[in-house]
Design a protein. Structure first.
Length: 279
C-alpha cells in the first residue's frame, strides 16, 4: 500500500472572505461550459496555484450535486497523484476552487499530439494512475470516470508527476458492495457497468483501455456510434492486430489483457496490477 494517509481534518478550507483578498489572479489556463481556470498567486506565501471559477447560472442541480460530491470526497484525500484542493470560495454568482497548478495540460491532448507513447513512458504514467486508484480503493472510493481527459500532466516534458481529477461521480462504497448506476464514457466504460452490477474494478478496466490507447493511438473498442462501441465493450473482445502493436512487448500486451479481463471477479485489483512486471 502507498505510504500516504487520509487526513481527519478538513482538507479544503472554506473562506467567508473574497478570493482576491487572499490571491492575486493571473492569466487564463483554460475555459469550458461552466467557467474557467486561471493562475492565482497566494498573497502571503507567494505560492502559485490554479483557481477554477464556476458560474452558478450555468450549472443545473445535478451538476451542483456532483460539484459538492467532489469537494466532499477530495477534502479527505491526500495522495501525490490526486489534484490537491486548498480552498473554496463562494459569492452570489460563482464558486471558486483553489488547487495545485498543472501546466502540462490533459493527457488526452498529449495523446493527440504524440500519436502514441513509448512503453517506458506508458509504464511510468500508468504506474502512477494505478498507485492513485489503489489508494482510493483501499479507502473505499471508486472513481467511475477514468479517462485521459481526467488525467493532468504537471509539466509537458516529463510524465513522472500526473494528477487525477474529476471525482464528481465518485462514490464511497462498502466492502463488497455492488453498484447499479450506469455512467461513464463509452470508450472507457467497463462491461459490468453497462450490465449495472459492478464494484471498484470498473476503474481497472478503464486503466486497461487508457494503456491500450496511449501505446497504439487507437481504442480497443471502437465504433461509429456510442451504441456500437458499448456493444463491443459488452463482448469484451479486442486484439493486437494493428501494425502499431508489432513493436510492443508481450509483457505489455499481457498487462493490458489482464486489466481488460471481461469477468470483473477475475480481473486484478489495483494492488495486484501494480506488481505486474510491465511496471
Amino acid at each position: 500500500m502507498d505510504n500516504v494517509k487520509i487526513k481527519a481534518s478538513n482538507f479544503v478550507m472554506q473562506h467567508a472572505g473574497k478570493l482576491r483578498d487572499v490571491y492575486r489572479i493571473g492569466k487564463m489556463l483554460g475555459s469550458g461550459a461552466f467557467g474557467e481556470v486561471r493562475v492565482c498567486v497566494h498573497r502571503e506565501s507567494n505560492a502559485q496555484r490554479a483557481v477554477k471559477v464556476l458560474r452558478k447560472s450555468h450549472m443545473d442541480e445535478d451538476e451542483k450535486r456532483m460539484f459538492f460530491n467532489e469537494i466532499n470526497i477530495l477534502k479527505d484525500l491526500d495522495h501525490p497523484n490526486i489534484l490537491k484542493m486548498y480552498e473554496f470560495f463562494e459569492d452570489d454568482k460563482r464558486y471558486y476552487i483553489v488547487t495545485d497548478i498543472c501546466k502540462g495540460g490533459e493527457l488526452f491532448d498529449e495523446i493527440v499530439k504524440r500519436g502514441k507513447f513509448s512503453e517506458n513512458d506508458a509504464a511510468v504514467l500508468i504506474k502512477q494512475v494505478l498507485s492513485c486508484i489503489n489508494y482510493c480503493h483501499v479507502n473505499h472510493i471508486v472513481h467511475r470516470d477514468l479517462k485521459p481527459e481526467n488525467i493532468l500532466l504537471e509539466t509537458n516534458k516529463e510524465f513522472d508527476q500526473i494528477k487525477i481529477i474529476d471525482f464528481g461521480t465518485s462514490l464511497v462504497v462498502k466492502e463488497g458492495e455492488k453498484l447499479d448506476e450506469k455512467l461513464g464514457t463509452p470508450y472507457y466504460i467497463a462491461p459490468e457497468v453497462l450490465n449495472k452490477n459492478y464494484g471498484a474494478k470498473c476503474d481497472i478496466w478503464s486503466i486497461g483501455v487508457i494503456t491500450y490507447i496511449i501505446l497504439s493511438g487507437i481504442p480497443p473498442f471502437n465504433g461509429a456510434s456510442d451504441q456500437e462501441i458499448m456493444k463491443k465493450v459488452k463482448l469484451g473482445k479486442f486484439n493486437f492486430n494493428d501494425p502499431a502493436w508489432k513493436a510492443i512487448s508481450d509483457l505489455c500486451k499481457d498487462f493490458i489483457s489482464k486489466l481488460l479481463t471481461l469477468d470483473q471477479n477475475a480481473r486484478p485489483s489495483a494492488e495486484e496490477a501494480l506488481k505486474h512486471e510491465f511496471l
